[in-house]
Design a protein around this ligand. Structure first.
Ligand code: HEC
Length: 303
């Protein structure tokens, strides 16, 4: 290949790379749902402890935190005593020094959910605490999905709405769902038979041009939780989602809190060191005249 041809083809190759990169980034932004703001607070040990409690009860069954140990977590989250941890947090019979692993095998999980539940140690570093908070808050009833629920932040997610007993039933507001009998909802949802329980009024649908039997729904921007359908009210559920996201933020970088407080000391030390160095410099230069003394030129005897 001549040099000219090489330059010509490398230009096309460069274009190809840009297009592929662009497409993959486009695919990565999976939803246009507007995320509610959320500021994690690692000093709030109560929130982190509640997050740990919720996590081991509702998430650890599927999602490991395989790079973190129970012991270190207990210490960082306010020196939780060992027997309290063994009694209330470690359900898998592991020792306190063990990694926080789920007992579900990857193979089984993949068969059951279509995608194996990922390890969540780093999830807030890859996504963000805000993303996780919004993800947990935006599950809603969707009878077209295998688990009867869908998610606004992660559309068509393969995860069931595990916090449903706490939150209750969230529905898309635009379609005017009406709950018929709340007491029956849970057992029916368990059997994945949602028809007849939620009646849709004024449902807006459009037809795909090529496949008229397939219904496509416009992306509804509003979710409403049916009151009294969960153990928690809206405020309590928001707090639970916050505590979980805050806890996962801690998990992503357990030394962050220590590092940030160390940062203050290090800057203070450097400031004091600078002042001392300046004073020392002044002391050294005190007796040195500003301009060098004139020296008689040996050859000309001139000054
Ligand atoms: C019954 C098993 C199960 C339980 C329990 C469960 N999840 Fe999941 N979760 C999944 C599966 C499966 C996926 C992967 C979904 C996919 O890729 O479509 C997932 C995905 C996620 C993701 C997205 C990860 C990513 O970056 O792609 C987050 C965040 C998450 N789960 C958080 C939680 C939290 C927090 C809890 C506890 C409140 C929890 N999950 C409980 C099965 C579970």
């Amino acid at each position: 290949m001549s040099r000219f041809e090489f330059v010509k083809w490398s230009k096309y190759f460069g274009g190809f790379v840009v297009v592929v990169l662009g497409l993959s980034l486009w695919g990565a932004s999976d939803s246009d749902w507007e995320l509610e703001s959320m500021k994690p607070n690692l000093r709030d040990k109560d929130s982190l402890q509640r997050g740990l409690g919720l996590y081991v009860n509702f998430c650890l069954g599927c999602h490991s935190l395989q790079y973190r140990r129970y012991e270190r977590t207990a210490k960082d989250l306010g020196d939780i005593p060992k027997d309290l941890m063994l009694e209330n947090v470690i359900f898998t019979g592991q020792p306190i020094g063990g990694y926080m692993k789920s007992s579900m095998s990857k193979e089984d999980a993949k068969n059951w959910f279509g995608a194996a539940p990922p390890d969540l140690t780093m999830v807030t570093r890859v996504r963000s605490p805000k993303w996780v908070y919004n993800f947990l808050k935006t599950f809603y009833i969707d009878d077209n999905r295998p688990f009867g629920v869908n998610n606004k932040v992660f559309p068509n997610v393969g995860m069931p709405h595990v916090l449903l007993p706490l939150q209750g039933f969230a529905v898309e507001d635009c379609f005017g769902y009406e709950a018929v009998d709340l007491l029956e909802l849970e057992s029916i949802l368990r059997e994945k038979k949602l028809e007849g329980i939620l009646t849709r009024t004024d449902r807006e649908t459009t037809f795909e041009p090529l496949d008229p039997s397939k219904l496509r729904e416009p992306n509804c921007p509003e979710l409403t939780t049916i009151p009294e359908s969960g153990l928690y009210n809206e405020e309590q559920f928001d707090q639970a989602a916050y505590d979980l996201a805050n806890f996962l933020h801690y998990m992503g970088d357990p030394s962050r809190e220590i590092r940030m407080s160390m940062g203050g000391y290090v800057i203070g030390f450097l400031v004091i060191l600078t002042i001392l160095a300046y004073l020392l410099k002044r002391e050294y230069w005190k007796n040195v005249p500003k301009s060098p003394p004139r020296v008689r030129n040996e050859h000309t005897s001139e000054l």
